[in-house]
Ligand binder design. Structure first.
Ligand SMILES: *[C@@H]1O[C@H](CO)[C@@H](O)[C@H](O)[C@H]1NC(C)=O
Length: 245
């Protein structure tokens, strides 16, 4: 009898182990400068870290549990960060937490965003690179494993060198370190896809969004840029996210 109970307990433990589905995001800094990646969970279980420092050439893996609930969230990378009077801030993509951890805060634009919706239990994931909130660093997403659809996508060319002056964010030394979206720079409905322009039919690409699209054809260049900017992967992949691929 005791033996049967033991067997039952053992099988319950084995079942719960095999029922765990964790997705790893393997984040690499291929840039020549340090970066401080940030992560924000939109829905689902909390991610293992919301912010950390990554030196050039190094990699950190973050994990989410998507066993029974889907996970959605985003990643970005902060640059030119420092701490003064106990407060941590960054020149680009700051999350405003005052710390290296973002603790549930998102990136202050302009920031290149990497967005995921991970299906529960190895279903169909969706992912994209978004420049809707502007650009700060090039990035790529590479599914590792998975069974169908799973292709690598990149925003491999920097927008900063071609950023129009009226949208450029500059360092104190005058280098362009990020590029605002036209929506952020000019706050007009035709650039923000708001007001009379809040439908795909009434918010076409603009001369400004085309600058982003030319550099990064696989990334969202404005809000309704879905057709060429959303990617899927089925079957439970992990994902490598490389800044400055
Ligand atoms: C984009 O179009 C607007 C309005 O037509 C114009 O004022 C602006 O100079 C153009 N900018 C670029 C970078 O082509």
């Amino acid at each position: 009898m005791a033996f049967q109970i033991l067997l039952l307990r053992l099988s319950i433990i084995l079942f719960s182990i095999s029922g765990v589905y964790s997705v790893n995001f393997i984040i690499k800094n291929n840039c020549r400068i340090p970066i401080w990646p940030g992560a924000l969970t939109g829905a689902g279980n909390p991610i293992s870290t919301t912010g950390f420092k990554l030196l050039p050439g190094s990699t950190t893996t973050t994990t989410v549990d998507a066993s029974s609930t889907p996970w959605s969230g985003r990643f970005w990378a902060r640059t030119l960060c420092s701490a003064a009077n106990g407060k941590f801030t960054c020149a680009t993509a700051d999350c405003g937490s005052g710390q290296i951890a973002c603790n549930g805060a998102g990136a202050t634009p302009p920031a290149t965003l990497v967005e995921f919706t991970i299906a529960a239990n190895r279903g169909q994931d969706f992912f994209d690179i978004s420049l809707v909130d502007g650009f700060n660093l090039p990035v790529s997403i590479t599914p590792i494993g998975g069974s169908s659809g799973c292709k690598s996508v990149a925003c491999g060319r920097s927008v900063n060198p071609v950023c129009p002056p009226e949208m450029a964010v500059k360092s104190p030394r005058g280098l362009v370190i990020a590029c605002k979206s036209a929506c952020m720079a000019f706050n007009k409905p035709e650039y923000c896809c708001s007001g009379d322009h809040n439908l795909p039919e009434t918010c076409p690409p603009t001369n400004y969004s085309r600058i982003f699209k030319r550099q990064c054809p696989q990334a969202y260049s404005y809000a309704y840029d879905d057709k060429t900017s959303t990617f899927t992967c089925t079957g439970g992949a992990n994902y490598a996210i490389t800044f400055c691929p």
